[in-house]
Design a protein around this ligand. Structure first.
Ligand code: ADP
Ligand code: MG
Length: 744
């Protein structure tokens, strides 16, 4: 972290780390530690508790242990005769018993490094899981923290204290990191480290000062020490992030918007009158919230969450109509062409003659729905552009194509973003910039996001949730199908055939398009718990659309049943054609990638078969499943997988099969995944801003920090009197970190 103010410079916190530890400087930089100040926030990953150190004599197989011991002998580099793998073996002793260690290496130089480290006589702390090998207990690849000659005295003196264990790297072990941290920490005096958390907030929350907290984290005397200090630093992280989000929110709110109040007797009222169903309680409540916010001269900034099929589109359409009634236009931004086209179709269908504005047979007060995507060309495109620019189209639906310069609006008053998480802030803003005043914003997402994550990732938006499905929705039953059992597979395809015979349609989803796309391009980027997961167990490559289509077309179970396909590499006409044939029933089985995940709405679809289902994330499976059972017939979802029974992949699938509650699944997903995956790739590296904060566990802290940050920003929007907070935010936004916030 770089601090710009004079105090800090005097304390030397912006010194490059290389000036402190010249030899290991580059290695620290590789860990994301660039300055002395960065070192202070390079926190231990955990603490070894010496009071819980294990006697070598008392080791229990399969338990994780930490032992303090001295190296007695080391084997040198050994090469396995069969596999050629390299390993180094050592014996260590605690003075009474002997323990065997084994270190495995890919490369010769790594193995040699182990030999160098395992010098007889050297003492260290070894942590690992006790295994059983060749008739004796062994730690394989234990983590080693060395007590070197000059700090052995200190190590013994502090033997009773918790021992910080830092995330180390090759050539930079925990002890060396600890030494470098102390080099920075020791000379610091009170006030040397500027505290991003304002004094009044610290007082109100009973938080201690920063410097003592840093000392307690890096050199704790007791477990309580580091626990309290880490909690304080978790709060600091939450607070800095929330302060930035509050500042963004305040900035947007400070720009005037045009109030778009409800106009009685307008399109909205006409639409409500002919609505063929009654709104759910949730749709009514959210609708009122949205209507009230649109009526204010302050831009609405709202995120609407709701499961697939919960009726978000109706809420959005009602908001758009209110805006059109009061003289504005609405733009609906969708992530794919398929979705944009479908939105335009279903909006037109819902509006009926209300969408025939200015046309023969259209209602007097009607407006138009224009569609602008990359594949709308020629005269149709010209007309759509004209309708948008003249205002004849009150509603303009499109993809990224809407962002192009040639697209002009007469009076853009509302931007609706579907599947918000697929768009960056610049895209949202590019669209908003097409309005003379700040337009209102309604973002929608079908991915259920637990509240604390929403507060972190979408912290500048207010959230509403539609948590009930409209009445009359059919239940979906989900089964896990073992891919290696031929009778089960045969039954799966027979079931598909039965659904089709009953007038239904079936989706068959595959992880990939072709057998050779190594990139897995069609796996959705925000669900990384997938291909990389396969770990040690080698398996055949994931199923691919092109190969599965061929296979299904020749299956006896599906003889005479049309099988089509849909994926990202098809031309737009081919995609439209495939969807139309599927919707009409001409080709009732559709093999596709996850392009069907979001929004595609075919009420007759009753079966969803997902191949290699364990390669998809839990939330994604739930989303996919939401594609069926949208009509009156019940749906079935078959999760086909070769994942081992009892393994984590199989467990995930059973969880999906066991509940239809999207929020429960999202929470489960969150627990399963690393934090970095939750918040975006940029957060998983070493130099992340959220080092200690865990959105899964720290909900209370995040809520407090958000309230505190909003209060501070309200009273000082540009944080003029909080230079340390401003600097911390700047550091947060620096480089790769920006990417993460931009998702909001
Ligand atoms: P979402 O966008 O949240 O996936 P939609 O708005 O597309 O959901 O709604 C899914 C389907 O349910 C649509 O066919 C829609 O017409 C219908 N629908 C929406 N609200 C209701 C309701 N209150 N009662 C009955 N059907 C509804
Ligand atoms: Mg939708």
């Amino acid at each position: 972290m770089r601090y710009a103010d004079g105090v800090t410079r005097a304390a030397g916190l912006d010194r490059p780390v290389g000036s402190l530890v010249p030899r290991t400087g580059p290695k620290f930089e590789a860990l994301g530690v660039r300055t002395a100040g960065d070192l202070l926030r390079y926190y231990p990953r955990r603490y070894a508790d010496p009071s819980r150190l294990t006697d070598i004599a008392g080791l229990v197989i399969d338990e994780k242990v930490s032992v303090v011991a001295e190296v007695r002998s080391c084997s040198g580099v050994l090469r396995a005769r069969s596999s050629g793998k390299l390993r180094v073996e050592a014996q260590v002793t605690d003075g009474r018993s002997v323990l065997h260690l084994a270190f495995f290496a890919q490369r010769e130089h790594m193995a040699k490094r182990f030999v160098q480290e395992l010098r007889p006589g050297r003492r260290g702390l070894f942590t690992g899981k006790v295994g059983w090998f060749n008739g004796r207990a062994q730690l394989a690849n234990p983590e080693a923290v060395w007590f070197d000659a000059d700090d052995e005295g200190a190590a013994l003196e502090h033997a009773a204290r918790p021992l910080p264990v830092y995330p180390a790297s090759a050539g930079l072990d925990s002890a060396r990191i600890a030494t470098a941290v102390q080099l920075v920490l020791d000379p610091l005096r009170d006030g040397d480290v500027p505290d991003p958390v304002p004094a009044q907030v610290r007082d109100a929350r009973g938080l201690g000062d920063l410097l003592p907290a840093l000392r307690a984290i890096h050199r704790p005397e007791t477990e309580e020490d580091w626990r309290a200090a880490r909690r304080r630093q978790r709060y600091e992280e939450a607070f800095v992030l929330q302060a930035e989000l509050a500042r963004r929110r305040a900035r947007a709110a400070a720009q005037p918007a045009v109030a778009r109040p409800h106009v009685p007797g307008g399109l909205l009222d006409a639409f409500d009158e002919r609505l063929p169903f009654t709104l759910t309680a949730g749709q009514r409540t959210v609708g009122e919230q949205v209507a009230a916010e649109l009526a204010q001269p302050v831009p609405m900034q709202r995120l609407l969450q709701g499961e697939v099929g919960s009726g978000k589109t109706v809420v959005a359409l009602r908001a758009m109509l209110q805006v059109v009634d009061s003289g504005g236009q609405a733009a609906l931004l969708a992530p794919t062409e398929v979705l944009a086209a479908q939105h335009a179709r279903s909006l037109r269908a819902m509006l009926g003659d209300l969408a025939g504005g200015g046309m023969l047979g259209g209602a007097d007060q009607g407006t138009r729905v224009a569609l602008l995507t990359g594949s709308v060309t020629g005269a149709a495109r010209k007309q759509a552009l004209l309708d948008a620019a003249s205002g004849a189209a009150g509603i303009v639906v499109g993809t990224h194509a809407l962002l192009e310069k040639t697209v002009q609006f007469a009076e853009l008053g509302l931007v609706v973003v579907d599947e918000q998480h697929r768009f960056g802030v610049e895209q949202r803003d590019a669209l908003r910039a097409k309005a003379s005043a700040q337009p209102h914003l309604l973002a929608m997402t079908a991915t259920p996001i637990p509240r604390t994550v929403a507060m972190t990732v979408f912290g500048d938006l207010e959230t509403s949730v539609l948590d009930e499905l409209p009445a009359g929705r059919s239940p979906i039953t989900t089964f896990v199908v073992p891919a290696h059992l031929p009778t089960w597979m045969s039954r799966t395809w027979a079931r598909v055939r039965e659904e089709v015979a009953r007038g239904g349609r079936a989706y068959v989803v595959c992880p990939r398009i072709t057998g050779d796309d190594a990139d897995g391009a069609d796996l959705v980027a925000d669900e990384p718990a997938t291909l990389g997961d396969q770990g040690a167990t080698p398996r055949r490559p994931p199923r691919a659309v092109l190969e599965v289509v061929e296979e299904l077309r020749s299956l006896p179970e599906l003889a005479g049943v049309g099988v089509g396909m849909l994926h990202g590499r098809l031309a737009p006409e081919e995609k439209d054609r495939a969807l139309a044939d599927f919707a009409s029933g001409a080709v009732p089985v559709l093999v596709s990638t996850t392009v069907v995940e979001v929004g595609v709405d075919v009420p007759e679809a009753t079966a969803m078969v997902i191949l290699d289902a364990d390669l998809f994330g839990v939330s994604q499976l739930h989303q996919l499943r939401g594609r069926v059972g949208r009509g009156s017939a019940p749906g079935v979802c078959l999760l086909v997988s070769g994942a081992q029974e009892g393994g984590p992949g199989h467990e995930r699938l059973r969880t999906v099969a066991a509940t239809l509650d999207g929020f429960a699944l999202a929470a489960f997903d969150l627990e399963q995944r690393r934090e970095g995956d939750v918040l975006g790739a940029s957060q998983s590296g070493g130099s992340t801003s959220l080092r200690l904060l865990r959105v899964t566990r720290d909900g209370d802290l995040i809520e407090q920090a958000r309230a505190d940050a909003r209060a501070v920003v309200e009273q000082d929007p540009e944080l003029e009197s909080y230079p340390a907070l401003r600097d911390a935010i700047e550091a947060l936004l620096a480089g790769e970190r920006e990417e993460f916030l931009d998702r909001a």
